[in-house]
Design a protein around this ligand. Sequence first.
Ligand code: CA
Length: 235
Amino acid sequence: MSRILVVEDELELANLIRRDLQHVGHQVTLAHDGPSAVRAAVADDPELIVLDVMLPGFDGLEVTRRIRQTRSTPILMLTARSTELDKVVGLELGADDYLTKPFSMRELQARIGAILRRSDAIRRQSRPAETEDLIRAAGLTIDVLAHEVRSDGVPVALTATEFSLLRLLAGNPGRVFSREFLLEEVWGGEVAVFDRTIDSHIQRLRKKLGGPGSAGDLIETVWGVGYRFSSRTSP
Ligand code: CA
């Protein structure tokens, strides 16, 4: 069904995950340390990456940082219960979701299924009849079909989730979206995603769009409700 890269240095767990994912029809490749994970993410171009945080070489956070320089492949991060901070940092760096160890294979399957459906839905939403192909606002250009975003002409590398968020907001300038609505629309409402997750995705999106004084400012916080794309800047 999907090509999945599993990065985990505990061989027993890596093999268990591989067997389980192969069982439901996925193609699985394994990597066991930071450097080989980055190489495999580029060379194999997987549709999803399951990434452990604690790895030899360099850790999963550094792997995420390096992959995100060129790729928007969905990343499901595996974190230890004792390292709350990794989750937050992981999401800030561009991971799409995380799962805390120990987890059941069933839970892993459910998360993977949800992420794959989400990135599928983003591709489906890109049909030209459903929406504008090109959204322009201030210095921002969103090419929906090509999945490309430019801020003042400079390409911005976004994750699938960030792209979906931006497209929804920028495609409806002036409309206020509640966090609940965004959860449902962007995350499919299937995974346990918290308000904090949405907020950190928005923060990262703003930063990628150029931070204060630039296109990032177009995403406005509506206190106590959610977010809105500025209507000051119609195309
Ligand atoms: Ca590990």
